[in-house]
Structures are given as structure tokens and as C-alpha cells.
Ligand binder design. Structure first.
Ligand code: C2E
Ligand code: MG
Ligand code: MG
Ligand code: MG
Length: 299
């Protein structure tokens, strides 16, 4: 069957395609093509970062941004991260690439701050492969030192499933980052089957509610609607962790999150991820298009 064929092919190494079914062959070749192009992309400077504003839901103010990797290939155009992050992890390119992302995000944020723009935090996604490397903590320390960004302005996003895979080891790494003053966020929270007793032992500052839960708000007419979101917000608030809702698209979702005292939010309702110069324009304005209309006082 397919599993056995895949297993045998893996055992025999990369050059043995005879056990692949035709469609597997296509996928394997596609992976190799993407892998080769990823290596080229590093040299040809095809990567960039886009920045999605993070909004304080009470005030409507921009508190920071999440840096999101973009790959613009000369022939293929924009390649979405889900198409290449996994491959970059498998072939190791994620190490220089992740380092580039972190460095670029820190340089850009420091530049904005030096220019007088108000941005108090930049969030950077960290892959499982980066997080588990022996030199990860030192790499982060060196980049902060080199770029001059305050550790308090850096927020590292690590997915719940990565943290849970080897919880004891994760806690040790997180604690070293925490000791440097860096903020730590659990990304895609709710999708990784956390043990709640463990969660409490993690030195975590931020819970990012996965967008799949935010999507459910207002999607059905049942009483259970939004119940997971409410529970996560209540838990985060009592554990003194900041809760950020991802993927807010609709006014109804936003109203619900505000009513539940969710502190921050991100989503298309405020802004899509923006190129650096576009984001800077938004920062200069200080608000997104969705900010509440100011009340005009009669004089
Ligand atoms: P993530 O960290 O959970 O990022 C959130 C994703 O949701 C982003 O997709 C963002 O563009 C998208 N998004 C934001 N607001 C909305 C909304 O209102 N509706 C919908 N439908 N989507 C929204 P993107 O940029 O395609 O990134 C996908 C994933 O790729 C990220 O999920 C993250 O896991 C990974 N990724 C992106 N950049 C990096 C990076 O620099 N390093 C690593 N290791 N992973 C990255
Ligand atoms: Mg993220
Ligand atoms: Mg997420
Ligand atoms: Mg995600």
C-alpha cells in the first residue's frame, strides 16, 4: 500500500523513485524543485517581511506587528508560507532563513523606533527546528545585541504543538529567553492539546487564540458558539497572560471579543499584512481604518 511504498522509498534514500506511485513522484519532485529554489532565493534576495498590525481592542491603538515571511519568486510569483516553510524545515534552509527573518524584523523595528514611530513590539514566528537547536538562545541574543533592539520589544511566537512536544525542554529554553526580557507567545493556541497543568508552568506572556476558533464566533446559532474563545480569554486573564485573537474578519467577532475582554486582536478587519513602507504609513497615522470614529464635542 501507499504507506509501505513511502516507507521503502524513504529507507532507500532520495534517489529511489521506483516505489512511488506516479502522484507521489510528482510531489517528491515538486519538493525537490522548491528546495532548490529556496536555496537560490536566499542568494537572490527573494524574501521579504510583511507586517500585520496588532490592535488593542479597547483603544483601537496599534501596539505592534507580527512579521510574516513572503517569498516572491521571479517565475512563480508569491509563494505562500504554507507551501515552503515545511520544506525549508526538512532541508535545513529554515536555519539561515529564520535567522534572516529575525534579524530583518529587529533591524526594521529599530529603524521605525529611531524615526520616532510608535511601535512597542514586533512578533516573530519561530519554527520547531530553530527552537530546538542548541544555539537558538545565543543566536537570538546576538541578533538583539547587533541590531540594538530592546529585548522587551521582541515577542517570539512558538506554536502550542511545538512547545508540548518536549515540555520539560521547552520550559528550559523559554526560561532562558524570558530571563533576557523577551516576550513569549503561544501561537495557534487551542489546536495543540495542551495539558492545562503544564501550561501554567510555562513562562508565557501571551496566548494567541487560533483563528479557527475566532471563525466560529457568529457562525452558528447554537448556545455553544464562541464558548472556547470565552474560556481561553477567561483563563488567560486569570493567569495574567495577554490574550490575542487571530483572524478577526467580522464586526460580530470583534464585538464579541471586546465584550469578553480580549486585550488584543489581529485580522483583516483591521488590516492585512502590509509591506514595510505601507505599515510605516499606518503607524504614522497611529490607527487602522477600523478605529472608532472620534466623538465630536460641541464647543
Ligand atoms: P500564523 O503565525 O498563525 O500567522 C497568521 C496567518 O493568518 C498569516 O498567514 C496571516 O496572513 C493570516 N491572517 C491574518 N489575519 C487574517 C484574517 O483575518 N483572516 C485570515 N483568513 N487569515 C488571516 P501567512 O502569512 O500565510 O502565514 C501562515 C503561517 O506561516 C503562519 O501562521 C506561520 O505559522 C507561518 N509563517 C509565516 N511567516 C513565518 C516566518 O517568518 N517563520 C516561520 N517559522 N513561520 C512563518
Ligand atoms: Mg504567528
Ligand atoms: Mg497563529
Ligand atoms: Mg497559524
Amino acid at each position: 500500500n501507499a504507506d509501505t511504498a513511502m516507507y521503502q522509498a524513504k529507507e532507500k534514500g532520495r534517489n529511489n523513485f521506483q516505489f512511488f506511485k506516479p502522484e507521489m513522484n510528482v510531489r517528491a519532485v515538486e519538493r525537490q524543485v522548491i528546495e532548490a529554489n529556496l536555496r537560490l532565493a536566499m542568494i537572490r534576495n527573494e524574501f521579504s517581511l510583511h507586517y500585520q498590525p496588532k490592535i488593542n481592542l479597547k483603544s483601537g491603538a496599534i501596539t505592534g506587528a507580527e512579521a510574516l515571511l513572503r517569498w516572491s519568486h521571479p517565475q512563480w510569483g508569491m509563494v505562500p508560507p504554507i507551501r515552503f516553510i515545511g520544506i525549508a524545515e526538512d532541508c535545513g534552509v529554515i536555519i539561515p532563513l529564520g535567522r534572516w527573518v529575525l534579524r530583518e524584523a529587529c533591524i526594521q523595528t529599530k529603524k521605525w523606533q529611531d524615526a520616532g514611530l510608535k511601535i512597542s513590539e514586533i512578533a516573530v514566528n519561530i519554527s520547531a527546528v530553530e527552537f530546538r537547536r542548541q544555539d537558538f538562545v545565543e543566536t537570538v541574543r546576538a541578533i538583539l545585541q547587533e541590531t540594538g533592539l530592546s529585548p522587551r520589544c521582541l515577542q517570539l511566537e512558538i506554536t502550542e504543538s511545538v512547545l508540548m512536544r518536549d515540555a520539560e525542554n521547552s520550559i528550559a529554553i523559554l526560561q532562558q529567553l524570558k530571563d533576557m526580557g523577551i516576550q513569549l507567545a503561544v501561537d495557534d493556541f487551542g489546536t495543540g492539546y495542551s495539558s492545562l497543568s503544564y501550561l501554567n508552568q510555562f513562562p508565557i506572556d501571551v496566548l494567541k487564540i487560533d483563528q479557527s476558533f475566532v471563525n466560529e464566533i457568529g457562525a452558528s446559532k447554537t448556545d455553544g458558539d464562541g464558548i472556547i474563545v470565552s474560556a481561553v480569554i477567561a483563563m488567560g486573564n486569570s493567569l495574567k497572560q495577554k490574550v490575542i485573537a487571530e483572524g478577526i474578519e467580522k464586526q460580530g467577532q470583534l464585538s464579541f471579543l471586546k465584550a469578553q475582554h480580549c486585550e488584543e486582536g489581529q485580522g483583516y478587519i483591521f488590516s492585512r499584512p502590509l509591506a514595510a513602507d505601507q505599515f510605516a504609513k499606518m503607524l504614522r497615522l497611529g490607527v487602522t481604518a477600523h478605529a472608532p470614529i472620534p466623538v465630536l464635542m460641541p464647543n
